[in-house]
Ligand binder design. Structure first.
Ligand code: HEM
Length: 459
C-alpha cells in the first residue's frame, strides 16, 4: 500500500475514536456545535487566560465539532512532559490527524516515533551549514529586488508584501525554480489553495464547488509538480533545498519514494511560509510601535555594514536576535499545537484517558507572571546574556516547539528574519499609524487584523 493510503486509514481511525468521560476534569465545553471558538477568534489569548483563571492548567475546553472533547493543557511542567514524551504517551500524528491529515499526511508532523525519526533524515543535509550558506546567497537578491519599490506603493500593507516576498524566496530556495514565471506562480497558488481553501473548508466534501475539493486538487497538483522535478534535481548539484532532499537515503540505503519526497516538501513549504510571514509581521509591527527599539536594531545592523548578510554574519547581531525572540514570545506563529494521548496517562494530577486530544497554546507559557518580569511588555533585553529570563524553566519559551518534533527550520527562519531585517532597516525607517492597536488575529494564522499599514521613509 502506498504510504499516503496507510496514513489516511489511520486518520479515519483517529476521527472515529469517540468521546471520552472527562467529567472528573474541570472546565467548560462552551456552546453546542462551536464550543469556545467564537471567543477564540475574537480574543484568543484572553480567552485562554480566563479559562486558566477559572479551571487551572489542565481543563476541558470545548471546540465544538472541530474536536469532540479536547483538553487545554498549560504550564511549562506539563509541556515538558508532552513535548519530551519520554514514555511515548503522546501522538503528534493523531493530534494533527484531522487538521493536517488529509493534506499533509506524509509530512513530519503527521508521523510518530521511529517512523518520524527515520523520515526526519530526509532533511539531514539540507539544514547543515554548507546548505544554509547557499540559501542565504539565494534569498538576499530576491529581498533586494522586492524591497526596492516598497516606498512607492500607496496604502502600503506590510503583510501582503512580506507574504509575496517569502513566496518568491520559497520557490527559489526550497525548489530551485529559477524564474518567477508560470511555474512558480502555479505551485505557489496550489500551496495557497491547500492552506487557505482546503484546510479552511468546514464541509469536508470532495466534490467540485467545495473548498475541501479545491484543496485536495491543489495537493495533487503540487505533488505531481514536485515529482516531475525530482530526476533533474537528483542528477545535478543544485544549491536549493530540494536538491539535497531528493538525494537522501532510507535506512535500507534506497531513496525515499517520489511520493514521500513530494509530501515532505509540500509540508515543509506549508510549515515555513505562514509561520515566517506571521513572525515578520509581528516583529515589524512591534518595531513600528517602539521606534527606540527599531533604532537600536538599526544601529547594530549599520554597525555590521553589510548590504546583505552572509550566513557567517548571523551570530554578530545579538540584539537583533533578541528582538526576534521577544516578538515570537509575545506572538508565537503557531497559536496552538496539538497532541493526542495514546494510552491513559496522568497530567496535572488528573487521569487523562487514551485518545484524548490535547490543545497546547504556546503564548500562555510565554507570558506567565510566575516566570516572566512584566510579561506583556516588549522588552528584547530580557533575552540578553545578563538577564536570560527565558532560562528560568526549560519549557517557558518554546516558539519552535520542543522534543522530537522541534521545528527543523528554526535556524532557517532566524536567518530569513535577520537577512530581511538587515536589508529592510538599512533602506527604510517605518512607522505604524498613531496609537496603533489593531485587532490581532490568532487563528488560523496569527497576524495584525488590518494587515499592518506602514509609513515608510528612505534612510
Ligand atoms: C518563525 C518561523 C517558524 C516558527 C515559529 C515555527 C514553529 C514551529 C513549531 C512550533 C513546530 C512544532 C509543532 C509541534 O510540535 O506541534 C514546528 C515544526 C516544524 N517546522 Fe517550523 N516554524 C517556523 C518556521 C519554519 C521553517 C522556515 C521551516 C522550514 C524551512 C519549518 C519547518 C517545520 C517542520 C518540517 C516541522 C515539523 C518537524 C517535525 O515534526 O519533526 N518551520 N515549527
Amino acid at each position: 500500500m502506498p504510504p499516503s493510503a496507510t496514513a489516511s486509514a489511520d486518520y479515519i481511525h483517529a476521527q472515529d475514536a469517540g468521546p471520552k468521560d472527562l467529567s472528573h476534569i474541570p472546565g467548560a465545553n462552551g456552546l453546542p456545535l462551536v464550543g469556545h471558538l467564537p471567543w477564540m477568534i475574537k480574543d484568543f489569548h484572553n480567552t485562554v487566560e480566563r479559562h486558566y483563571q477559572r479551571y487551572g492548567e489542565v481543563s476541558r475546553f470545548g471546540t465544538g465539532l472541530v474536536n469532540r472533547a479536547p483538553l487545554m493543557v498549560l504550564g511549562p511542567d506539563n509541556y515538558k512532559t508532552m513535548l519530551l514524551d519520554q514514555d511515548r504517551n503522546f501522538s503528534t500524528k493523531m493530534g494533527y490527524a484531522s487538521s493536517l491529515g488529509p493534506f499533509y499526511g506524509g509530512g513530519l508532523l503527521t508521523r510518530d516515533f521511529d517512523d518520524h525519526r527515520n523520515h526526519r533524515r530526509v532533511f539531514q543535509t539540507s539544514f547543515k551549514n554548507d546548505a544554509m550558506r547557499g540559501y542565504a546567497d539565494l534569498m538576499n537578491p530576491i529581498m533586494e529586488r522586492r524591497l526596492e519599490n516598497w516606498d512607492k506603493v500607496d496604502n502600503f500593507l506590510f503583510f501582503d508584501h512580506i507574504k509575496e516576498m517569502l513566496l518568491d524566496i520559497a520557490a527559489k530556495v526550497f525548489f530551485g525554480i529559477e524564474d518567477l514565471g508560470d511555474d512558480a506562480d502555479k505551485l505557489n497558488q496550489a500551496l495557497i489553495d491547500i492552506a487557505e481553501k482546503g484546510m479552511m473548508g468546514i464541509f469536508r466534501v470532495n466534490f467540485p464547488g467545495f473548498k475541501y475539493h479545491t484543496g485536495l486538487k491543489a495537493k495533487k497538483y503540487a505533488c505531481e509538480f514536485l515529482i516531475n522535478l525530482i530526476p533533474e534535481r537528483r542528477a545535478n548539484d543544485g544549491r536549493d533545498l530540494m536538491s539535497y532532499v531528493v538525494k537522501e537515503k532510507n535506512d535500507d540505503g534506497s531513496y525515499f519514494s517520489d511520493q514521500e519526497l513530494a509530501e515532505h516538501l509540500a509540508f515543509l513549504m506549508f510549515a515555513a511560509h505562514d509561520t515566517t510571514t506571521s513572525a515578520l509581521s509581528h516583529l515589524v509591527m512591534l518595531l513600528g510601535q517602539h521606534p527606540e527599539i527599531q533604532n537600536k536594531v538599526r544601529e547594530e545592523i549599520l554597525g555590521l555594514d553589510k548590504e546583505a548578510l552572509d550566513y557567517d554574519d548571523l551570530d554578530n547581531i545579538p540584539y537583533t536576535e533578541q528582538a526576534i525572540y521577544e516578538s515570537l514570545r509575545l506572538y508565537p506563529s503557531v497559536s496552538m499545537m496539538t497532541r493526542r494521548t495514546i494510552r491513559e496517562t496522568e497530567m496535572g494530577g488528573y487521569a487523562i484517558p487514551a485518545n484524548t486530544v490535547l490543545l497546547l497554546p504556546p503564548r500562555f507559557n510565554h507570558t506567565m507572571e510566575k516566570w516572566w518580569d512584566e510579561p506583556k511588555k516588549f522588552d528584547p533585553d530580557r533575552f540578553s546574556p545578563e538577564r536570560q529570563e527565558h532560562k528560568r524553566h526549560p519549557f517557558m519559551f518554546h516558539p519552535f516547539g520542543g522534543g522530537a518534533h522541534k521545528c527543523i527550520g528554526m535556524h532557517f527562519a532566524m536567518m530569513n528574519a535577520k537577512c530581511f531585517l538587515n536589508q529592510f532597516l538599512r533602506k527604510y525607517t517605518f512607522e505604524t499609524p498613531p496609537d496603533y492597536n489593531p485587532w490581532m488575529q490568532a487563528v488560523p494564522m496569527p497576524r495584525p487584523g488590518d494587515l499592518l499599514p506602514l509609513k515608510l521613509k528612505r534612510v
